[in-house]
Design a protein around this ligand. Structure first.
Ligand SMILES: C[S@@+](CC[C@H](N)C(=O)[O-])C[C@H]1O[C@@H](n2cnc3c(N)ncnc32)[C@H](O)[C@@H]1O
Length: 633
């Protein structure tokens, strides 16, 4: 990618420079010269800005007929899961006013910029030969990611699927959006058959890039105690024999290279010249305060060093005998690779003459109780469900056989209505590692809704109450103006999965077997007071105050949320009836106070004061207007 300021001379850039004053130009130059040179540059000034970027205000509109209520859901229970139809730039602008800092996991599988017209920029598919294809893709994602990062909780994480071809660009972009937050990437195998690329190279893997806020860590998995036993009834409990060596050679750590003595059996053990002993010997320590751990002798006194009980031993009475044994390979060897521990190059060979030499290896008695952590961290390699990894010290995520995503869509919806959905098993496994049971998970490139299904499956598995927010576009084009992927594939899938499909049981309300369906309306700020309505205010307030969509009640007073001893209400019509309802609300609903949103907060305050009801009254227009600008200036 090149920097427009050095290579591009687009008319808009030139016009901007022409219009600048000398001090402004000087400031720009200083800024430019002082700018970090390492990183990603793309022609953001040369391409037409994302048309989604404007000063309009986006408000939600709920469509109860397109949502789904679980069979066991109380009539007044709010929706906790959301499907939002439309451009995700708008959805993110809305969510930034309702869910800032509240999302634990954002998982996205954005269009991969394959050149196969897989994404739309300014209402136009971007094809392989588009001159600005890569820059447009980066700009498109940059705008959305800068909004999305504000949604992440302090312990939140962003997980992004990407193919190998675009991984480097996307990773640099994410470094820019979330500096210092890169945790790593996971790799999984996507296909079993060749992708038939040229040059005899077949690309069969994809990545999941991981960027987390400071408080985030993967769950890992509990270490098993399988290897820890207590054959000697040690009062400190079960233990395992750990290697007693460090990954340094004798030249790096000469002081840790020494013959080890078992004082009880009077046997000697040669040190591995490639892996020295883990603890210093008192013979060579001049200042014990500089040691980070106990000495080897101290560990031996504390019976923490396990010398082999049954082992071969030898005594060579002369140096010649020893040299003959070395030449015959009849000396102690390393446990795995069987490298000789005594060679003709071993310093001070005479030392080993006349002593009893043990052929086994001493180990360190590592007690289960003393482990720094009883959790295995998550490894970056995603193994196949069928692969076995017995001796790993890390948790391995699992991916299913290729094709699971499409098979599941076919099973749920009866046909392959969506190309390249992700396998639910993979997403479920990622979420099992990245979430706790009450988290909110957002996917703003939800496509067919795989993430939603994975959330429900995981909830059923561990009794969780995770919630999902899925944003999906209609994918309507001039050729297919009536196409509505969000409604007909994503929401339809979630409806069938929630209710139960192909003989599988559905999900309860607690498990998340429900959702509200929202579309987004755009308003210019000037038109807002005339065009926005309570249709917009109710979902907006519900999302903002309770991150849930209140069930619609009859009458002019609507309950939005409860905060401690206060009920938050929306009054859609200020009239005698609604004032009556409000005046009696606190007593009828066992709360101390009420807060009321309405179009006429002053009149309401007065009317309620006249009835000796103390209420905090707020104007709806201010709520509707509240900050939605997005993207960089
Ligand atoms: C790679 S697919 C995601 C597939 C998804 N992970 C699944 O398993 O079904 C990317 C999706 O992003 C959608 N998309 C592209 N641009 C979008 C936008 N601006 N807003 C919302 N969705 C968009 C595309 O329509 C496509 O369905």
């Amino acid at each position: 990618m090149s920097n427009p300021a050095t290579t591009g001379t687009s008319p808009s850039l030139l016009a901007r420079l022409e219009a600048m004053t000398a001090p402004e130009l000087r400031r720009l130059l200083v800024e430019h010269l002082g700018k970090r040179k390492l990183g990603l540059y793309w022609e953001s000034d040369a391409i037409a800005r994302d048309a989604a970027l404007n000063a309009d205000i986006v408000l939600p509109r709920q469509h109860p007929e397109l949502g789904h209520r679980a069979a066991d859901m109380a009539a007044d229970a709010p929706h906790r899961n959301l499907i939002i139809e439309g451009d995700n730039f708008d959805a993110l602008r809305l969510l930034r006013t309702t869910h800032a800092g509240r999302i634990r996991v954002i998982y996205i599988d954005p269009p991969y910029n394959t050149g196969n017209k897989d994404w739309v920029y300014n209402d136009r598919y971007v094809g392989a030969n588009d001159r600005w294809r890569h820059s447009q893709w980066l700009e498109f994602l940059y705008r959305r990611l800068t909004l999305a990062r504000d949604l992440l909780a302090p312990d939140g994480v962003l997980l992004v699927s990407i193919n190998d071809e675009n991984r480097a660009k996307l990773e640099l972009l994410l470094d820019e959006v979330l500096p210092g937050r890169r945790i790593g990437s996971l790799v999984w195998r996507t296909r079993d058959t060749t992708s038939a690329k040229d040059r005899n190279f077949s690309d069969v893997h994809e990545h999941v890039l991981v960027y987390g806020n400071e408080g985030f860590s993967f769950n890992g998995s509990e270490k098993t105690q399988r290897k820890y036993k207590n054959p000697d009834r040690d009062p400190h409990g079960p233990w395992n024999g750990d290697p007693l060596t460090l990954a340094f050679d004798r030249f790096d750590r000469p002081n840790l290279y020494y013959p080890l003595h078992d004082p009880k059996k009077n046997r000697w053990y040669p040190c591995d010249s490639n892996r020295v002993w883990a603890y210093a010997t008192e013979d060579r320590v001049t200042d014990s305060s500089s040691l980070q751990s106990e000495t080897m002798e101290e560990w031996i006194r504390r019976e923490k060093i396990i010398f082999p009980d049954e082992e071969e031993t030898r005594t060579w009475n002369t140096l010649d005998e020893l040299l003959a044994a070395i030449d015959a390979g009849d000396v102690p060897v390393t446990p795995k690779r069987k490298r000789p521990l005594l060679t003709r190059d071993t310093p001070d060979l005479d030392f080993w003459v006349g002593k009893t030499i043990g052929f086994g290896r001493p180990l360190f008695k590592k007690h289960w109780k003393d482990l720094r952590s009883h959790t295995n961290p998550l490894g970056s390699w995603i193994a196949r469900l069928t692969e076995t990894h017995d001796d790993e010290d890390f948790t391995s995520l699992r991916s299913p056989q290729a094709g699971e995503g499409t098979e599941v869509i076919q099973e749920v919806l009866g046909s392959k209505v969506f190309q390249y959905p992700k396998p639910p098993t993979l997403i479920r496994n990622l979420l099992r590692q990245a979430t706790t049971p009450n988290d909110i998970i957002l996917d703003f490139f939800a496509g067919s809704g795989t993430t939603g299904q994975a959330v429900l499956e995981l909830n059923a598995e561990d009794d969780g109450a995770r919630r999902y927010i899925l944003c999906s576009s209609t994918e309507a084009t001039a050729k297919e103006p009536d196409k509505n992927l969000c409604r007909d594939v994503c929401a339809e899938r979630m409806r069938r999965v929630s209710a139960g499909y192909a003989g599988k049981p559905g999900y309860s309300a607690a498990q998340g077997g429900e959702f509200a369906y929202l579309t987004l309306d755009r308003f210019s700020p000037a038109d807002l007071p005339f065009e926005a309505s309570t249709e917009h205010a109710l979902p907006l307030l519900g999302l903002r105050l309770a991150q849930a969509l209140p069930a619609r009640a009859s009458g002019d007073v609507q309950h939005i949320a409860r905060a401690g001893d206060c009920d938050i209400l929306l009054c859609t019509q200020v009239n005698a009836d609604s004032i009556d309802t409000l005046a009696q609300w606190a007593a009828a609903h066992d709360v101390v106070r009420i807060a009321v949103y309405s179009e006429r907060p002053e009149s309401l305050t007065e009317a309620l004061a006249a009835r000796s009801v103390e209420a905090a009254c707020y104007g709806l227009l201010d709520v509707l207007r509240q900050g939605q600008a997005g993207g960089r200036a």
